[in-house]
Design a binder for this molecule. Structure first.
Ligand SMILES: [Ca+2]
Ligand SMILES: [Ca+2]
Length: 216
């Protein structure tokens, strides 16, 4: 376990709240070619109503053959941000960074710095989980009441791009039921954390967003 503090700057940024899902599967070339490209961020109540789940997906549109060799980038920190005071400044962070086939998690904890730069919060609660291989059953690790997963997953996002194009072109007035999932058969690299609500705090509504930050 490396304890070195590294300063990271923003590589990509996606913002969402509990009531909004931002999808961003096709980025500008400079980002799309990188392993810091966030496709989606999800936050929802777990099957256990006492818990909340955070999911960050990166590296979208992976074909099955590309997925087999896909890997998390050891120079990219994924940071879940949680604002419990309504000022859109994070009060807690939960960080994930890979090393040697494992994903290391830190937090949730009060961050030493907010905004564009982050340092790995090595004094926070630490957990590591083996990064699941493609085609392997998902394995999760539990620690301190939390549950963790990292590895390739089928992209859960659904979008009918062809019909979307028809609507934009004025050739259709809406989507079909069922539609055609443009992302069917493609995978993402996924990081999932289930956290007790008591560890998140706040008084009912929180703001949450995820950042992918590259090592400087
Ligand atoms: Ca705040
Ligand atoms: Ca942050």
């Amino acid at each position: 376990m490396k304890k070195t503090k590294i300063i990271l700057g923003i590589g990509a940024l996606a913002i969402a709240s509990f009531f909004m899902v931002a999808a961003d599967h096709i980025d500008a070339p400079a980002v799309a070619s990188g392993t810091a490209d966030i496709t989606d961020f999800y936050a929802f109540q777990a099957e256990d109503p006492n818990n909340v789940v955070f999911v960050a997906n990166v590296q979208g549109l992976l074909s099955p053959s590309a997925t087999a060799s896909a890997a998390f980038d050891e120079n990219v920190l994924i940071e879940f941000n949680i604002d419990t005071t309504g000022d859109n400044v994070e009060d807690l962070v939960l960080q994930a960074i890979p090393r040697d086939g494992r994903m290391y998690f830190f937090g949730p904890t009060i961050p030493g710095s907010v905004g564009v730069d982050s340092a790995i919060e090595t004094n926070a609660t630490q957990t590591s989980v083996a990064i699941s291989a493609y085609g392997e059953a998902a394995t999760a690790t539990t620690n301190a009441g939390m549950k963790f997963f990292a590895g390739p997953r089928d992209d859960p996002f659904f979008m009918d791009f062809a019909q979307y194009g028809e609507i934009i072109a004025g050739n259709a007035t809406g989507f079909n039921s069922p539609g055609v999932d443009t992302f069917k058969g493609t995978n993402v690299m996924s990081i999932v954390v289930e956290v007790p609500k008591t560890m998140v705090g706040g008084s009912g509504t929180i703001n949450t967003w995820v950042e992918a930050k590259t090592k400087q």
